[in-house]
Design a protein. Structure first.
Length: 154
């Protein structure tokens, strides 16, 4: 069977492709190995993340530890936007809108009582991504959830 042809807009996500160590909470959590790779000849980007034997995890994350996680990001050419499907080891499943533009990676969702957003800056060399997650009950008043730093390892 022939592979579908990737839309050229998907190239915006190339900066994420590879292996990363993710740290959170000011390096109190991590490293969490995170890998981004293309599926189906480049039409869908998959991200997989999981803790390893050398990962530190804060005690307060105990029953809420989301790992392993997986996301699938695809492109809607009629809306010129990306959509990311998220699933984790707790059975949580969510849908986010996603953008990568001018060195800024964003994900966000509006859900009744539980809005979320993520904003991160990708350094010019593409070796480090720094950002954080925020949450809101009403979509207007936002509070920080946790910071993250990704460091490229491959």
């Amino acid at each position: 069977m022939r592979q579908p042809t990737p839309h050229s807009a998907l190239r915006r996500l190339d900066v994420l492709v590879g292996a990363w160590d993710m740290w959170a909470l000011g390096r109190r959590a991590g490293p969490v190995r995170t890998e981004f790779s293309w599926l189906e000849g480049g039409v869908v980007l998959v991200q997989r993340a999981d803790v390893g034997p050398d990962s530190a995890v804060p005690a307060e994350w105990g029953p809420h530890l989301p790992f392993p996680t997986v996301t699938l990001t695809g492109y809607d050419d009629t809306a010129d936007e990306f959509t990311t499907l998220y699933a984790d080891g707790r059975g949580v499943a969510r849908v986010y809108r996603t953008s990568v533009h001018d060195g800024v990676w964003k994900q966000w969702r509006a859900a009744p009582g539980f809005h979320q957003r993520f904003t991160a800056t990708i350094d010019d060399g593409g070796g480090t991504i720094r950002g954080g997650w925020e949450g809101s009950r009403d979509g207007e008043t936002w509070t920080p959830d946790f910071d993250v730093t990704y460091t490229r390892v491959g």
